[in-house]
Design a protein around this ligand. Structure first.
Ligand SMILES: [Zn+2]
Length: 167
């Protein structure tokens, strides 16, 4: 999943308001950040494990622990860990991922059908933004800019699905 991850972070803010938005975004794309580190430093040999069951569970536990230390509230810590798990959960819809290193690949692989992936991610974006907008603490200007943010996310998703030629 691509922009959908960010939409999930935005929607999760509904329940995890005390957490900084940057932390929510970090937790929701942690496995991909982990991938980037693995690609940059192959010697770490973490590339193949970031989206496996063991890999994502480990990452979720560490993020949960970090959040517990940083934000000192069980619900915020658990919510952070769930966001990490959500990443790989929804990636199973859009990709095919190994369950464990060298294990069998599973997943719907909607990326192979760009319009279906676009539709799914658009739905996740709408749901995430509606949840985000429902936050009682948001001031009116923030709500007003949501449509702009939604359109920007849709445009980036469309470029991802339809605009990159051979991928
Ligand atoms: Zn991913």
């Amino acid at each position: 999943m691509y922009m959908g991850h960010y939409a999930i972070a935005l929607g999760a803010r509904r329940w995890l308001r005390p957490l900084p938005m940057a932390w929510l975004l970090f937790a929701s794309i942690e496995p991909d950040l982990h991938d980037a580190v693995g690609n940059a430093i192959p010697a770490l040999s973490i590339g193949p494990d970031t989206h496996t069951l063991v890999g994502v569970t480990g990452a979720a536990l560490i993020v949960t622990l970090l959040a517990a230390i940083l934000f000192r509230q069980v619900s915020l810590a658990l919510g952070s860990g769930l966001l990490v798990l959500s990443h790989v959960g929804v990636d199973y819809l859009t990709s095919r991922l190994p369950l464990w290193r060298h294990g069998p690949d599973i997943g719907l692989h909607l990326y192979a059908t760009p319009w279906a992936d676009f539709l799914l991610e658009a739905l996740v974006m709408v749901a995430g933004l509606i949840l985000y907008a429902a936050s009682p603490d948001l001031r009116r200007p923030a709500r007003g800019s949501l449509i702009g943010m939604g359109l920007l996310m849709l445009a980036m998703q469309a470029i991802w699905n339809f605009g990159l030629g051979s991928r």
